[in-house]
Design a protein around this ligand. Structure first.
Ligand code: SF4
Length: 216
């Protein structure tokens, strides 16, 4: 196993791609709704559904909570799995409405907020951490399939590398800064789309340490 060096990886990616301006949302509600809609689908499709919700005035948890399922099915259809995602949006909306003012919920400590979100139907670790990082601005690193692919190719984890192990690896070495941790996740996604695809395009990839290891 290679000694993990997340700060070096972050700098390599940042030098190449610069800031990614995540999460692409105007409000915390929009961000949280987007985090549900992007599950198992491309952002281009999820963002169409977010746009349709906005056009119909549904980017509000109280309104969302009161909207009939059938109307939501039609509105979020571009994001796919629209029945399941409607149920998940309704669960998130019910949670948010039950908790009182948005600011109060969002500014709870990150561990408390994370645990609460994980108890909501349809919210797993990746979605919960996305909300904690990008909506609440708390220092949490989001792990996804692209992260695992990259960390495996870097030799930092093997096939059994789990979510918590990869997250701890980053938390142990990077500053507890939500801006930087959020940027890191966004940069990993960017590189996964440009170079570290299922079939990697290593030529021109900024992750020099990975290339060096492949030569060893
Ligand atoms: S060098 Fe290749 S395997 Fe390594 S991160 Fe880049 S594309 Fe992926």
């Amino acid at each position: 196993m290679i000694l993990p060096d997340p700060p070096r990886l972050f700098h390599q990616l940042y030098e190449r791609y610069g800031p990614q301006h995540w999460w692409p949302a105007q409000t915390m509600t929009e961000m949280m709704v987007g985090a549900i809609l992007v599950q198992n689908t491309a952002w281009t499709q999820a963002s169409k559904a977010v746009g349709q919700l906005a056009c119909r005035g549904l980017l509000d948890f109280a309104v969302l909570h009161a909207t009939p399922d059938e109307e939501l099915w039609e509105t979020i259809r571009p994001a796919g799995y629209f029945r399941i995602k409607t149920r998940r949006l309704k669960a998130l909306a019910a949670f948010m409405v039950s908790q009182g003012p948005m600011a109060q919920v969002i500014h709870a400590g990150n561990q408390q907020l994370r645990q609460q979100l994980l108890s909501v139907y349809g919210i797993g670790k990746e979605t919960a951490d996305s909300i904690v990082c990008y909506a609440a601005g708390q220092p949490v690193f989001v792990v996804d399939a692209y992260t695992k692919r990259l960390f495996m190719r870097l030799g930092w984890v093997d096939g059994s590398g789990d979510y918590d192990t990869m997250q701890r690896m980053v938390h142990a070495t990077m500053p507890a800064d939500s801006g930087q941790l959020g940027e890191f996740h966004a940069l990993i996604v960017r590189n996964a789309k440009e170079h570290c695809l299922k079939r990697p395009r290593c030529s021109g990839c900024p992750v020099a340490s990975c290339i060096e290891q492949q030569k060893d």
